[in-house]
Ligand binder design. Structure first.
Ligand code: GDP
Length: 472
């Protein structure tokens, strides 16, 4: 069906073409290079393979279940500004010094690991906020296993709290709430939980399934218990990795250090990374010359769910780039330079996002089942009215999914969420603010703005029926 979409023909036509070649295929089957070329030729297209060998050469071999071992959860802290994300990360960083370890965490490398008294470990991404989280996801990186969403008990469930919740939910990442600042006399944790309940987010105290704990990031009250709940939630996920293979994972941050060269923090997600390994990270490559943990210790090898800063890459990969260890240096170099070339040429789009104009055609082709929408409006009433009307447009063939709705201008963070979740953005009496428009152009995100409810509903209805007249 992907090939059909690219050639603008129906999936059935491609399936019949394959059948006439004696190949029985289903809609979601992958075709090999040769078949692909022959089929495309039938429709008058010539196939130019540009990325296939690059991605396939590092195609991950599936792990045998018996090689898998439990791994620590990787956690991101999100929430509204000033609700205490940084304070919580700082508190955990300062309080959790691994027993027998000399000194605490001395450097910010973008992520750090802690070990609880029980011996269990948790890895934290040290850049709080859902923007960083979703920017990584928009680049195809799924790093976070769990999200702690901090809410100040002397405040309210705020716009960015709601955003963080939507971003975590869109990524399918479980949430643990940290109701913060309970040391303050004005704190009212119950009010927060009640508000969450009214949003259909039932925490445990309210008979729900979502873990939540009252904490003070300032005094440390409840933080230990919060982390225990994080581990409990992580247990359900049965996180596993195979330490006995070449390492792979994600780049968390990278920069050029005057004395040491390029320093990249990576999070090992599978396998074990060792000094001397040949690493391919995004458009960069190199041999690992040295590794350091967040405590400044030199280390020789690191296993899954461990952040480490490495020296030896020939440049600074981007946060969210995947990294892989390859068998030989030449291959790593070759792929890196091919990627760099592709990037320069901008000839391939890594991801093409859905647009309103395209919806009808994609539905007709039969490969499109869910329409993700981010809805922003000027007042609550219009947002709710549009949500209702949009959801009513769902049919048996296609489900309309409002992945995030809020009052306010369309922000860069909305665009990143759209990019990570392949969504379109609909604004009612609001416009893109700040960089949102330019990021949307770059990421090819469809933003539609309306000032008449009826128009918005009709456009979406027409689009779903394949009847939308193109915008001139
Ligand atoms: P962020 O924007 O979410 O990272 O919030 P910060 O961690 O920077 O915290 C914002 C402000 O709230 C700072 O002045 C903190 O000292 C304060 N703060 C954070 N957590 C607590 C807490 O548990 N109790 C009190 N009283 N203040 C806190």
């Amino acid at each position: 069906s992907e090939v059909a979409t690219m050639m603008d023909v129906s999936t059935t036509q491609v399936i019949s073409a394959c059948m006439s070649l004696g190949i029985m295929v289903t809609m979601n089957q992958r075709l090999d290079a040769e078949t692909l070329s022959i089929v495309a030729d039938e429709f008058g297209y010539e196939v130019n393979f540009v990325t296939a060998d690059i991605e396939e050469s590092i195609d991950e071999v599936e792990d045998d279940p018996k090689d898998l071992e439990g791994r620590a959860p990787i956690v991101t802290v999100m929430g509204h500004v000033d609700h205490g994300k940084t304070s919580l990360l700082d508190y955990i960083r300062e309080e959790n010094v691994i027993a027998g370890e000399s000194g605490g965490i001395t450097q910010h490398i973008g992520a750090y690991g802690v070990q609880l008294d029980s011996g269990q470990k948790i890895a934290f991404l040290d850049t709080p906020g859902h923007e960083a989280f979703t920017a990584m996801r928009a680049r195809g990186a799924q790093v976070t296993d769990l999200a702690i969403i901090v809410i100040a008990a002397d405040d309210d469930v705020m716009p960015q709290t709601k955003e963080a919740i939507s971003h975590a939910q869109a990524a399918g990442v479980p949430i643990v709430f940290a109701i913060n600042k309970v040391d303050k006399p004005t704190a009212n944790p119950d009010k927060i939980k009640e508000k969450l309940a009214s949003m259909n987010l039932l925490v445990e105290d309210w008979g729900g399934k979502i873990q939540s704990h009252d904490i003070s990031a300032k005094t440390g009250l409840g933080v230990k218990e919060l982390l225990e709940k994080v581990l409990l939630e992580a247990e359900i996920l049965e996180l596993k990795a195979n330490p006995n293979r070449l390492a792979s994972g994600t780049v968390v941050e990278a920069f050029l250090d005057k004395g040491r060269g390029y320093v990249s923090t990576v999070l090992v997600q599978n396998g074990t990374l060792k000094i001397g390994d040949y690493v391919l990270a995004g458009k960069n490559s190199g041999k690992v010359k040295a590794m350091q943990d967040e405590r400044g210790n030199n280390i020789k090898e690191v296993g899954p769910s461990t952040p480490v800063s490495i020296l030896g890459l020939d440049g600074a990969p981007q946060a969210g780039d995947k990294f892989n260890v390859l068998e030989d240096e030449r291959e790593a170099k070759e792929i890196a330079s091919k990627r760099a070339q592709l990037h320069r040429e901008q000839s391939v789009r890594t991801q093409r996002h859905i647009t309103l104009d395209e919806i009808g055609r994609r539905i007709a082709l039969g490969d499109f089942k869910e329409l993700n929408i981010i809805l922003k409006g000027d007042v609550d009433g219009s947002v709710e009215a549009l949500t209702d009307s949009f959801q009513k447009l769902s049919t048996d063939e296609i489900h309309v999914n409002i992945i995030h709705k809020a009052v306010g201008a369309i922000t860069e963070s909305d665009v990143l969420l759209a990019s990570a979740s392949d969504a379109i953005i609909i604004g009612f009496n609001v416009r893109p603010a700040g960089n949102a428009r330019s990021v949307a152009d770059k990421e090819e995100i469809d933003i539609r703005t309306y000032s008449i409810i009826y128009d918005a509903i009709n456009d979406l209805k027409d689009a779903m029926e394949g009847m939308l007249s193109p915008v001139m």
